[in-house]
Design a protein around this ligand. Structure first.
Ligand SMILES: [Zn+2]
Ligand SMILES: [Zn+2]
Length: 255
């Protein structure tokens, strides 16, 4: 009885603390500065109209995520040459809103944006994953080279996947793979140059066991070169199934 009383008292205190914090720091939309939303007592640093304007990728190719005319299909180039990963899931398109948040997170040290993006993604994935029968054994966030990670102070992919991994109770395996080379920034390279730039960029750390079913997590999939190279590395090291999850997909790489 005493234990139950203590638990209820503690829960009440946590709720009161959250309520106070909301009053002192009300949520503010990170995109337009209007009031943020409160959903079931949880704050969201996004307003309703910015939330509605985010573009979903509901008809992505099941293998590479590129938007198609209809949902549930596989695109021509994946049929011709299937990628080394088994599926790719990106709930959003890399367009205004999501794009702004991701750029701020990656290049302007806005770690606060990771929480919002992580929550948005977590929401979209939870719906989708309710229909999936097998969950992965572990999630591997795309590693940064040690030098870049030092400059940035954090790995955005690791920060983004935390809320979802916690919700799904899937371990994050962020030490399994190392990025060996400080590759040139990919942003301005063509697809061919990206492939050459990334060849041999990843390696599984010595002494680490590779789980059977993995998910690679990246913030944004542009041409798919990074996740392709990492999936090859993981499969060569013994993974049987590798899926890819990301926040957003660039609809037409090169545009
Ligand atoms: Zn807004
Ligand atoms: Zn495809």
């Amino acid at each position: 009885m005493a234990l139950l009383y203590r638990l209820l008292w503690k829960k009440g205190l946590v709720r009161l603390q959250q309520k106070l914090l909301r009053t002192i720091y009300p949520p503010v939309c990170l995109l337009c500065g209007d009031d943020g939303m409160v959903i079931d007592g949880d704050v969201r640093d996004l307003c309703e109209s910015c939330h509605e304007a985010l573009q979903l990728n509901e008809q992505g190719c099941l293998r590479c995520g590129i938007p198609l005319q209809q949902a549930g299909g596989v695109c021509g180039s994946c049929l011709k040459k299937p990628p080394p990963f088994d599926s790719l899931l990106t709930p959003y398109l890399y367009r205004e809103g999501i794009k702004d948040l991701l750029i701020a997170l990656k290049f302007n040290q806005k770690l606060s944006h990771a929480r919002l993006l992580g929550e948005l993604m977590s929401e979209r994935f939870t719906d989708h994953l309710a229909t999936v029968d097998v969950l992965p054994d572990a999630i591997v966030p795309v590693p940064l080279h040690a030098k870049r990670q030092r400059e940035r102070g954090y790995n955005q992919s690791l920060e983004l996947i935390r809320p979802l991994a916690k919700r799904l109770k899937i371990p994050i395996n962020h030490r399994l793979v190392v990025r060996k080379m400080a590759t040139t920034k990919q942003t301005k390279l063509s697809a061919d140059e990206r492939r050459r730039n990334l060849k041999g960029a990843f390696a599984v750390r010595d002494g680490f066991r590779v789980p059977r079913h993995l998910v690679i997590f990246d913030d944004v999939v542009t041409t798919g070169t990074t996740v392709t190279e990492l999936a090859k590395t993981l499969k060569r090291a013994g993974a049987e199934r590798v899926d890819v999850w990301a926040v957003a997909r660039v609809p037409k790489p090169g545009n």
